[in-house]
Design a protein around this ligand. Structure first.
Ligand code: 3EB
Length: 336
């Protein structure tokens, strides 16, 4: 089956042996003992009271897993999924005077890159970053900007590119808990995509922090027999500026335009012969204010035409952003 992604609102986790890894949103009632790496997204599913969501990546076996560098990982011959969580309070104070979150971010990514190198799956495809109090300020810097500093330092330390060939990602704020990062990596590189409506995030000017965020707007990846499109967390940003502050419906529409634009970029290079489309993706919306979820759903509904949308209450990395949406799809590649 190569790479497959499933979303379920049932409480029972699948008993299938071919699960590479997964994540859950909300407070799962019955996780059971999980054999695979699992990222708990410590944030409520919306609307309030909706059941927990479980998502899994499934692949062909045989699978092998382990724990190294504080990372629970699982892999097959071509791709690896891992989860690493680091408590910033346990970071030793740094000589350079950086904040604990900056240090935790750097250490976490340095470990991640060491693992990928040791495993022979050096190419990061998609990263999910979650941290507490993302818009809080300490050490004279917003915490998201501290995270960007540490992440950037680790990319440099590992002699990786900090622009251009960088992974698709999201960076989202939750109420508490450790810095939590899940990642998919492969033996083959992704094709990174940028959005012509937006300045590449790795080129953001210094008004958004001393180091720019290290992610691409989207990526095409090629697990065996498949073409996967990962659209990074996408928000109401044009150029590098937030547009429609205070207007969640307009932010949703602008975000959808940005995703549509990335879908077009993907289709310029896609190889599967079947174009990607907004209503052929599955979407996750991070909604800052729970009360906005109706507006978010109502605004997106005509575009979704039945496509999956999971809404989560979480903070976005700029205080003026009310919503962020990420999306993905996996298409079969025609037989050669
Ligand atoms: C933005 O476009 C919104 O720091 O990894 C989106 C996706 C955002 C990923 C990251 C941040 C990240 O700038 C924020």
């Amino acid at each position: 089956m190569s790479l497959q992604h499933t979303i379920s609102r049932a409480s029972a986790a699948p008993a299938n042996g071919e699960v590479l890894g997964g994540m859950s949103i909300g407070e799962p009632k019955d996780l059971g003992p999980m054999a695979w790496p699992h990222q708990p997204l410590r944030a409520p599913v919306l609307p309030a009271g909706a059941p927990a969501v479980h998502e899994h990546w499934r692949v062909d076996g045989p699978l092998r897993q382990g724990r190294d560098e504080g990372i629970h990982w699982c892999r097959n011959a071509e791709l690896l999924y891992g989860v690493i969580e680091l408590d910033e309070a346990e970071q030793a104070p740094t000589a350079g005077g950086g904040s604990p979150l900056q240090a935790a971010s750097r250490v976490l990514y340095e470990r991640l890159f060491r693992l990928l190198r040791a495993q022979g799956t050096p190419h990061l495809w998609r990263v999910w970053n979650y941290m507490a109090d993302i818009n809080g300020e300490s050490h004279g810097l917003e915490r998201y900007r501290q995270f960007n500093l540490g992440r950037y330092e680790a990319f440099v330390h590992a002699q990786r590119e900090t622009g251009g060939q960088v992974p698709a990602a999201c960076a989202i704020g939750v109420a508490g808990g450790p810095l939590s990062v899940a990642f998919l990596a492969g033996r083959s590189p992704v094709v990174p995509l940028e959005n012509p409506r937006q300045v590449s995030a790795w080129r953001y000017p210094s008004q958004y922090g001393p180091r720019a965020p290290t992610f691409s707007r989207a990526a095409l990846a090629y697990p065996r027999g498949r073409e996967a499109l990962f659209v990074s967390g996408t928000a109401s940003i044009v150029g590098h500026a937030t547009v429609h502050p205070g207007d969640v419906a307009a932010q949703c529409e602008e975000t959808a335009r940005n995703i549509e634009c990335l879908v077009q970029e993907a289709n310029r290079v896609a190889r599967s012969g079947r174009p990607f489309s907004f209503n052929g993706l599955s979407h996750r919306a991070y909604v800052r204010h729970a009360a906005d979820v109706d507006t978010v759903q109502r605004t997106l509904q005509p575009l979704l035409r039945g496509a999956s949308l999971v809404c989560v209450q979480a903070d976005i990395c700029r205080a003026d952003l009310l919503v962020e949406i990420e999306s993905q799809a996996i298409h079969p590649l025609g037989s050669p």
